[in-house]
Structure formats: C-alpha cells, structure tokens
Design a binder for this molecule. Structure first.
Ligand code: HAM
Length: 421
C-alpha cells in the first residue's frame, strides 16, 4: 500500500467538531472588537524579511531563530509572518491611515508561523486575534486595549486567568536600566545559560524572562526596572493602574515581565493561566511608541495585544466552556422510498432557497440509518416523507429533543413555520 502523508510537525488540523467551536470563539472576537469600534484589517501572510528584522528586533528569539524565511524567485528574502503587528503598521504607513484618521482601531485574525519546538500550546503554525489602537500616547488608550482583551475573555466565560502588567518605561529609563543590568549580570556571565550569555551584551532585559534554571539565582537578585523608571514613566504607569482600577479590571504587577519582542515601551502586559503548563500566556501585548519610526513612518504611538487562539481553545476546554455538539443545520430531510427521495430533494432545495440549513442522505440508506445520521449531525428536526405522507401531500416533522412528531402540509413554508417556532 502507498504510504500515507502526515501533517507537518507543529501544525494541526482543525476538524469539523472543533471548527464549529473555533467559529464560536471567532464570532466573539469579531463582535467584541466591533463593540469597541475596531475595524478589521487583513494583511498578507508573508512580508519582506526586513520588516520583521527591523520591527521585532534582530536579537529577539523570534527573528534570530524562529522565522520561516525563504527566497522568492531566488532573490527577495521573504518571511511568513511570525506575528501581526509589524505587518499592520507597515500597511498603516503604506496607506497613510493615520493621516485619514488620527487614532485607527484595527483588528486582525489569522495564522502566524514560528519555528519553535512544538509542545502542548506551542505550534509552528498557530492563530492570533490581534488588536492595535494607534495614534494616542495617553494611558486611556492602554486601558481601552486591555479592556477589549478582558471583555473578550469574559464573554468567552473564562475565569482561570490573571492579567499581569509591568512598565518598561520610556527610552531613557530603559537605557539607564540596561547599564544597571549589565553591571549586575556581567560578573556572573560564565555561570549563565548559553542563551543568556548570547543576550548579555545585545539585549540584557531578555535574561529576565529566561526559563533556564541556571539563570534563576541571578535573575532573582537582579535590580528591578520599576526602580529605575524616571518621573514621566512612573507617572504614566500609575495612570494606567488608576484607570484600570476605575473600570474594575483586576491586575497584578509582574516586575519581571519584559515580553519577547523589542518594540515595547511603557506598558507591557500578559494574560496568564496556571492551567496550561509551561505555555501559560494566553495573550500579551504592550505599547510601542518607536515602531512607526523604525519602519520609516512618522512618529506615531501605538498599543496592542494578541491572543493565541490555540491556547484559548485549550483553556476553554480545560474550563469545560466549549459546547460539544454545535449543529450547523436546522433540519434533516428523509425520503423513505425512491419517489419520496425525489420529493425530499425538492423540499430540501426549497427550504434552502428560503434560508434554512438542510441535510439530506446521499447514500440511499435505510430509515434507521438516516435517523442515526440525523442524530449525529445534531439537527433539531427531521422531516420524513414516505408513501403515506405523499398521498396526503404532507410531511412528518419530528422534534429530536422530545421525539414528538406531527404532520404538516408538504411545502417549504409550512416546514419553516415549525422549525422557526
Ligand atoms: P506574543 O506574546 O509573541 O505577542 O504572542 C501573543 C500570543 O500568541 C502569546 O501570548 C501566545 O498565546 C500566542 N503564541 C505565540 N507563539 C505561539 C506558538 N508558537 N504557538 C501557539 N501560540 C503562540 C505578539 O505576537 C505581539 N504581536 C502582540 C502585540 C500586538 N503587541 C502589540 N500589539
């Protein structure tokens, strides 16, 4: 027998039962984003490699080791998007969106690609729901974006998560802190993990969120960024906290939260859970006031976040918040004999023309087998046509939940009246 082909490591098929659950979650994203005045933007799945190198930062794990990069027609270096923000900002600059509206609210949904070691909650192709609020350097925009994320988690019914926030300060505060950190880690550089040794001179902040046990003692004693925030950065962080309090969004401060991408300043945040093992961040984001300039645009502040949808699905399952059988059809139409099958086909056709969702049997199965199939699809009603029904010009409608059955005239309008009541 010919060998079968398996899906690529780190990718996942979303099968029909799951896809209905995904769609339910995607509907919440869309609905809540729209309730906050956000509009959808769809950017290409691949972009010039330079966009991510400049936007996310050469020294980040994402850019230095996780990107799917290839040569297009042997010359241009392209990369499958590892995240959505850089592409969105590229599009905003390219289409002068900020000139048309000083504070665009944008959301984006789709597949992202990172060449990471796959494990539970970590894939090479995964999905993000991403939102960006541009043009405002005021803390109310931070709170607006966090409130959007929080509302989505609430609407999904999730409970087992915590919002962690930190401030990375302005550029001056970060530069001062960088020196302090270098002085702290340098004397121990021989004892740090290989990864952290590599990061030491290039990006010492990243050592703070190292997961290597050998780094833990030095991370534990590291001076905290909050202690090196200047007055402006501190005031900003305090305003964000006051406003979060005012709108009733609970949070904790995690002084070690630095995030994995280079574009952040001031507010950084993550939604974390204890239910998913080591891949505990279901979403994260922050402010990025220098990104537009980095990408050749006019200075424009911005803040945003992204949820990892696979992780949200895992958490929803863990919290038993996913309906098992989401039926996409209203009614299953059964014809019991050759002639009835033809009548059933016509009825199905007319019902669909009026907007109903209808399944029919195409395997010429027995009545019993068709009833089993109807049960499997989760329809609420079955419409049955046999010789007796045909003679009376009727159709029997069975309500699956109660097994109650009644006859109505054999026309789409009469059937619709029952299934829509
Ligand atoms: P990020 O923290 O790199 O931020 O990713 C956001 C979320 O995507 C993570 O919290 C996680 O849930 C999910 N995620 C990341 N990598 C994987 C993976 N390999 N497998 C499964 N899920 C994953 C960003 O991407 C920023 N662009 C967010 C942002 C928007 N910041 C400002 N605006």
């Amino acid at each position: 027998m010919t060998k079968t082909i398996q899906s690529v490591r780190g990718t996942k098929d979303i099968l029909p039962v799951e896809s209905a659950q995904w769609r339910m979650v995607e509907d919440v994203f869309r609905r809540v984003a729209e309730a906050f005045g956000f509009q959808e933007i769809r950017t290409p799945i691949f972009e010039a490699t330079e966009l991510f190198a400049r936007g996310i930062g050469e020294t980040t794990d994402v850019v230095s080791k996780e990107m799917y990069t290839f040569l297009d027609m042997g010359k241009d270096s392209l990369t499958l998007r590892p995240e959505a923000t850089a592409g969105i900002i590229r599009a905003v600059i390219e289409h002068t969106l900020v000139e048309k509206n000083p504070s665009p609210r944008l959301w984006c949904y789709g597949a992202m690609f990172r060449q990471e070691r796959p494990q539970k909650g970590r894939y090479r192709q995964f999905h993000q729901f991403d939102a960006e609020l541009l043009g405002s350097a005021f803390p109310e925009s931070d709170v607006e974006i966090i409130a959007l994320a929080y509302r989505i988690l609430n609407e999904l019914g999730l409970e087992a998560f915590e919002l962690q926030i930190n401030s990375l300060g302005n550029a001056a505060s970060r530069a001062a802190y960088r020196e302090v950190l270098l002085n702290h880690f340098r004397p121990h550089s021989d004892n740090l993990s290989h990864d952290s040794q590599q990061r030491l001179e290039r990006n010492p902040l990243r050592i703070l969120d190292s997961k290597h046990p050998e780094d833990a003692p030095f991370v534990k004693t590291a001076p905290l960024l909050v202690e090196y925030l200047d007055a402006e950065s501190r005031a900003y962080f305090e305003s964000v906290q006051t406003m979060l309090g005012a709108v009733g969004i609970p949070f904790t401060i995690n002084t070690k939260l630095v995030r994995g991408l280079d574009y952040y300043c001031h507010t950084a945040f993550e939604f974390v859970t204890t239910r998913l093992g080591s891949q505990n961040a279901i979403g994260g984001g922050g402010r990025y006031d220098g990104l537009f300039e980095e990408l050749g645009g006019k200075p424009t502040p911005g803040i945003g976040f992204a949820f990892g949808v696979e992780r949200l699905m895992l958490l929803l399952e863990e919290e038993r918040k996913l309906p098992e059988n989401i039926s996409t059809s209203d009614v299953y139409v059964i014809g019991l004999d050759d002639e009835s099958r033809l009548v059933a086909m016509t009825l199905a056709h007319n019902l669909r023309a009026q907007g109903a969702s209808v399944v029919t049997d195409v395997l010429r199965r027995s009545f019993k087998a068709q009833m089993r199939d109807a049960d499997r699809t989760g329809v609420r009603f079955v419409a049955i046509i046999g010789e007796a029904e045909r003679q009376n010009n009727n159709v029997s409608i069975k309500t699956m939940a109660t097994s109650e059955q009644r006859e109505v005239p054999l026309d789409a309008a009469s059937v619709l009246e029952v299934i829509r009541s």
